[in-house]
Write a protein that binds this ligand. Sequence first.
Ligand code: BTN
Length: 334
Amino acid sequence: MNMRGKVFARLLKGRGGYVSGEALSGELGISRAAVGKHVRLIAADGADIVSVPNKGHMLKGLPDRLKPEYVLPMMPAPADFNYFWAEEVDSTNDVLKREAAKNPLQTAVAAAEGQTGGKGRKGRDWVSVCGKGLFFSILATPDMPPNKTAGITLIPAIAVCRAILEQTGIRTGIKWPNDIIAGGKKVCGISAGLSANMDAVGLDATENVIIGIGVNVNEAEGDIPGALRQKAVSLKMLLKKTVSRPALMARILHEFFELYDVYVRHGVGRFMDEYTKLSVLPGKNVRVLGGPAMLSGKCAGFDETGALLLQDKTGKTVRIIGGELSVRGEDGYV
Ligand code: BTN
């Protein structure tokens, strides 16, 4: 953690009261002037800090940047990963791909305030307005063969639902495999890409999985392109107030790593009850798009690998596995 992160962590811990500049300077081994400089830089990143001579500094509002020095102290428990941040990038998925090509990475996160080439599933563009949404990616290296990693895409969906509920009180649902829905519209999209080594076998063949998470947080209606307004919504549009992006990201990461830890030991089967409860599709008529034949029927839930179970008109149950397939409700988006 850098010095600004340490100063922020102390202000966060003492939230609601004044943290004395003198005490901070003694604890952190830096001058009072250096403390003052860090406090000013944290305020320049959007935090509301009241500084009073002889009392100290009171944190009244969080900074609004996804820098590691703000996100890490807001995580309820420490987690071990490399963290890359930049104001604007092409795509946070590509940042991790490039970093992994330079140095072997075990677990890493890349976040940006905006993206110039954000990508959704199936190569679609992901509109990424600077400073409004959450745009980040997680690189993980699960010790399992590529054909066993499919269920990993369900983990971030559960993590996002848990985190949004905890941070905003909004109950979201999941549209299989990992669109997050609120008020019938999409509030978060998740992509997952596997990188495998074709020359290796078994566990060693999985090089990494990069999960990309895009949450519509503080976008106003006008930030959402006209063509998407029927289908997309932000948390701010639902709540009518601003949501802290770094606090939400910290919570998503916390939930993700907690789930991931269990996932690598026991598989996705452990979470299918929670996933099914959060899911908006069971019992609905759905169409499967993108496969060799157009399939439709009723969603009969999911199996322990995370596959969707589709009951066709004859009563036969077909397993649908993620990848490039997507499902649509027969009467609209969900
Ligand atoms: C979808 O199509 O629903 C998936 C959207 C994923 C968007 C996120 S934003 C952060 C990361 N970087 C990208 O370019 N895409 C993902």
